[in-house]
Design a protein. Sequence first.
Length: 355
Amino acid sequence: MKRMKILSIESSCDETAAAVINMEGNAPEVLSNIVASQIDIHTKYGGVVPEVAARAHIENVIPTIKEALDFADIGLDAIDRIAVTAGPGLIGSLVVGVETAQAIATAKNIPLFPINHLEGHIYASFLREISNDEYQIPKFPLVALLVSGGNSLLIYMEDHFKYQVIGQTRDDAAGEAFDKGAKLLELGYPGGPIISKLAAEGDPNHFAFPIIDLTEAPRRNAEGFLEKPELSMDFSFSGLKTALLTKVKTMADLTEQDKKDLCAGFEKAIVDTLVQNSLRAVEKFEPKTFILAGGVAANTKLRETLKEKLPKNIDYRIPDYSLCGDNAAMIGAVAAFRPENAANTNFFADPSLKL
Ligand code: KG4
């Protein structure tokens, strides 16, 4: 692989992020990874307010890029590529990163690479620790479970950038389920880390929550008879929220222990659903590698349950906690593997960009 230094920018939701990546040997490494989080601003609204997020990106984007360059002790003249999240995400947020990247790339005549936010999450597992020469990038074919606030996807990859979505949520995403569950229990935002912290002190079997097991639509065989439908790798989490609401309504006052037990049962149902479908995907596609990715990949119970349940011959990769949530290092990691001819300065931010 060619040696290069990449400046990457991410602003798809509520984090303004910039990073400098060094591509050397067979894997990229992180020289700096700066995230200006807006969580404090959005907490008082109980979720991300798009207009507020866009304004904060405008204020943060240049200082964040400058900080990433300074931390890496590098000037723009030494940058070989710029990478930026082109979508999916909030349009007002995305355009701030995209237009900033386009302006710098044009002014400095640096090739620009538009990156899909979702592939970024997967490629977080392609980053090695600084100067770790033993590191090998994940082998293909691979299956990735990508779970965040906006997505729950199972993806099969035969090679770099060859994505096949083999399972997806039919309603809420896993992170969204955590966030809505926490809101219902009046615990705060973002819900995932709060629920998993309380769940650690609760009994997951005290309150039972349903594990939703979906099937594909039934098909007719050659004789015209309906066949037994196949089990699906799709997810559904919206019923879980209703189950939680129903339980809470039937209980008078919630004690602290009730809340912990509810969190533990709720977390177990989400984790068991994600693990069940992941195992189904692994059985069907027989990958060499399994990657856990996205903000919900920070969930300890999910990380550990997958470790316990995945077949031992599969290389199981989880990014460092610092690379699970939205960040720019993962966007730079994708750009490190892109062919030179994928550079493009003339594109628009696309809020519903597909893989
Ligand atoms: O990837 P991310 O930072 O942003 C999106 O692109 O959505 O993911 C944020 C999501 C939130 O829904 C948050 O509640 C969830 O990840 N999350 C967690 C944990 N940490 C963050 N969910 C469960 N357990 C956690 N420890």
